[in-house]
Design a protein around this ligand. Structure first.
Ligand code: 5GP
Ligand code: ZN
Length: 140
């Protein structure tokens, strides 16, 4: 589905120019216009889908396969020594463009980035949170 108001749909259709690095029947990948590091790439399903949970099982499985193949090659191409795979899901998680996409961010030994801060908790709190999550995951 194409959404005329969506900037990524318009990039996919070619209406808005981009530095496209990969295309197939289900996905496209292009360089982020404001790269966090050199080689920062966005992997985007062709269909306009807002959030991760709305992806079909087939597309989600194919997506894992593409990330597995593409991310290490991007890192090699720009002589990075690692990469982060990040999906911002929902505005509170930093999602600005409402068309689901993965950030492939090449990492360099000297880039000085820490993607997110860590916090300190307690064993009791960890156990409580694990209980909440395992209960929710039981019916998968
Ligand atoms: P989000 O915050 O939604 O996870 O990430 C959206 C990303 O899309 C941002 O990193 C932003 O720099 C990138 N972006 C926004 N508009 C454009 C555009 O017109 N072209 C390209 N190539 N990237 C864009
Ligand atoms: Zn879209």
């Amino acid at each position: 589905m194409h959404n005329e108001k969506c900037i990524f749909c318009r990039i996919i259709s070619g209406e808005i120019p981009s530095d496209m690095v990969y295309v197939d029947d289900l996905f496209v990948a292009f360089l982020d216009i404001h790269p966090t590091t050199k080689g920062h790439t966005l992997l985007v399903p062709r269909t306009h889908i807002g959030s991760f949970a709305e992806l079909s099982g087939d597309v989600a499985a194919a997506l894992g396969d593409r990330l597995r193949k593409i991310a290490p090659r991007i890192a090699q191409a720009v002589s990075a020594s690692g990469f982060n795979l990040i999906l911002n899901n929902s505005a509170d998680a930093g999602q600005v463009v409402p068309h689901v996409h993965w950030h492939i961010i090449p990492r360099y030994r000297t880039d000085g980035l820490r993607p997110w801060p860590s916090t300190t908790t307690s064993p009791d709190e960890l156990r409580e949170v694990a209980g909440l999550i395992t209960t929710k995951l039981k019916d998968i």
